[in-house]
Design a protein around this ligand. Structure first.
Ligand code: ATP
Length: 261
């Protein structure tokens, strides 16, 4: 678990590599096909060969993947992995999905399996500055063109992938870009990018509050790992080293201990 941008996908891949297992995605937007840049899905290169389930597989036009359906599908994946003697790793920022899964119907996860919750925490001001730069990188990587492809003035923004931060924010720009001059276009686009950054910061803050609540609820099985230092390093090499020492290795020890019990 962790707020957007905290590094939970990377940690899940580190753990899956170490424990030779697979990952079940629990991000309620990344479950849908499309908008890979905007929703920050892991790339094949980042996956390092680790299979991911429920990631980018649902057609958004078919409607929302309800929490109940997510729980049913994730439970099936967990059962299959367990039956194959693999440690199921559930990774993603949607706390409503995770909370429902842990308490699913007859207390599915918490009664049937022992759970080890890992929370990758990053100080909010540090995370906000990272996320703001990430939005700029997404713009360079083709965010606008991606959103243009799903843009439909008549579409319902409360359904599926169009709920992703970035789609509603670019709506006005995409409706009017062909009607205004270049300077106005630039102004409108800058305003939309600013709004995307603001809304991502709000999302991170809300996710953090929910995780704090869950950490009280699941006190005994919750492990907080502070990744803030990683984000403060000056270059990639130092950041990678800090990640290994402060996040990846300590978490592997936590999971080793969990598996030994
Ligand atoms: P809520 O009950 O508020 O929906 P949640 O825990 O179920 O909370 P979150 O993952 O916090 O779900 O997502 C809330 C909203 O944030 C989504 O509906 C979407 O608008 C946006 N969002 C979440 N994840 C992403 C993502 N990966 N990319 C873009 N937008 C996202």
């Amino acid at each position: 678990m962790g707020a957007t941008g905290s590094g939970k996908s990377r940690l899940a891949i580190d753990l899956a590599t170490r424990f030779q297992t697979e990952i079940i995605n629990s991000d309620k937007i990344q479950v849908y096909k499309g908008l890979d840049v905007l929703t920050n899905k892991v790339t094949p290169q980042e996956c390092r060969g680790v299979p991911h389930h429920l990631l980018g597989v649902f057609d958004s036009e078919a409607g929302n993947l309800t929490t109940t359906n997510f729980c049913r599908l994730a439970s099936q994946e967990i059962s299959t992995l367990s039956a194959n003697n693999k440690l199921p790793i559930v990774a993603g920022g949607s706390n409503s999905y995770i909370e429902a899964l842990a308490n699913h119907s007859s207390g599915f996860l918490l009664n049937k399996y022992q759970c080890c919750f890992i929370w990758v925490d990053v100080s909010l001001p540090v995370l906000n500055s990272f996320v703001s730069k990430r939005v700029d990188r997404m713009m360079d990587a083709g965010l606008l063109e991606e959103v243009r492809e799903v843009h439909d003035p008549k579409a319902d923004y409360s359904v599926g992938i169009r709920r992703a931060i970035g789609v509603p924010e670019l709506h006005e720009y995409l409706c009017y870009e062909s009607l205004v001059d270049r300077a106005t276009q630039r102004k409108m686009l800058d305003a939309a990018v600013k709004k995307i950054k603001e809304n991502t910061e709000i999302l991170a803050c809300r996710q953090l509050l929910k995780i704090q609540r869950l950490s009280k609820k699941w006190k005994l099985s919750m492990h907080r790992v502070d990744a803030t230092e990683v984000f403060l390093k000056r270059n990639e090499e130092e950041a990678d080293e800090a990640w290994e020492n402060l996040v990846a290795r300590p978490t592997k020890r936590i999971v080793d201990k969990f598996c030994d019990n």
